[in-house]
Design a protein around this ligand. Sequence first.
Ligand code: 5GP
Ligand code: MN
Length: 337
Amino acid sequence: MTDKEIEGIADLLSSKKRIAITTHQFPDGDAMGSSLALYHYLINKGHEVTVVVPTHYPEFLHWIPGNEGVVNYMSHQHKALDILEAAEVLFCLDYNEPSRTRGLSAPVANFKGIKILIDHHPEPADFVDYTLSETKASSTAELIYEFILMLKDEALIDKNVATGVYTGIMTDTGSFAYGFTTDRAHFIAGEMINAGANNRAIQNEIFNSNSEDRIRLMGHALSERLTVLTEFHTGFIALSKEDLIRFNFQNGDTEGLVNYIISIKGISFAVLMLEREQNVKCSFRSIGAFPANDVAQQHFKGGGHRNAAGGEYDGSLSDAVEHFRSVLVNFKAQLKD
Ligand code: 5GP
Ligand code: MN
C-alpha cells in the first residue's frame, strides 16, 4: 500500500463510520480470527462495526471474543443485507473475489461505499478501493496487525484484538508449521501474547474440543477411505453422504484431515472429497512446488494458494473421484516426492 493510500484510509477512519466486515463462505480460523480482531480494533477506534458472514462456521471458533455479535447471512438474510446497505465502509477479509462470499457476492460487488480488501491469496480481483494483499503473509490475521501498525494504532491492540490475530495466525499456519510461517509470523504471535492473547487457552479451544464422533470419523476416513496412488505421489480420501451421516458430521469435523494424507512420506499431493447435497467439496494440499491451486482452478472451479486450495465438482462422488484420477494424468510430470 502506498503512503497516499494509507493516508486516505487514515482520513476515512478519523471520524466515526458505520462499518461492515465480511469474509468468505464457511469461514475458517483465519477468516473469523482476522474479522473479529479487526472488529475489536475498529470498535476501540470509536466506530460502529458488524461482522457479516455468508454461512455458518465450526463450533470450535465460536468462543472468539465478539462472536456473539456476528450476523450470519444464511440464518439472518434481511439483517445481513440491511447492515451492508447501511454501511459506509466495507472490509473484505481473507478472500479476493466477491464470489467467495456466496449469497453476499452481489451486495459485496455492488457496495456503494468505500471497500477495503485485506487478504493473502494470489491474484486479487479488482473490485475494491484499497487493497492490502500480500501472498507471503502467513494469514490475513497477520495483515490485520500490519494494517493497525500502518495506521499507527498499536495502542489500540487489546486482549480481544490480540486473541483474534493470534487465532488466525495459529490456524492458518497449522500451529506454526506450514510454509510462510516466517520470523514475522512468529514475531507477531509473540507480540499478541504480550498484548494479552492466551496462547495455551487458544490451542485448547481449537484443538482439544473434539466430539467423539469427529475422532471416529477421522479414524474411519484414514483406515477405510484413503487411497494412495504411489506412482503419482498422491493420496485422496473420498467421504460419502452415508459416511458423514454415520458419524453425525458437523461443519469443521474434517478440518485438518487432508493434512494426514500429505504427511505420508513420498506423498506430495492430497485431496479430500466430501459428498454434499448438490456437489462434491474438494480440499487440495501439496508440498513444495506442485501447484494445488492450478488443479483446483482448472478442473474444480476453485482456487487458493499453491499448497492449499479448494474447489468443487458438480456430480456424484464416484464421478468426482474418476475426474480427479483423469486430471492427475495431466500433472504426472510435475508430481514428484
Ligand atoms: P480448504 O481446503 O481449507 O477448504 O481451503 C483451502 C484454501 O483453498 C482456502 O484457504 C482458500 O484459499 C482456497 N479455497 C477453498 N475453496 C475454494 C473455492 O471454492 N474457491 C477458491 N477460489 N478458493 C478456495
Ligand atoms: Mn487465510
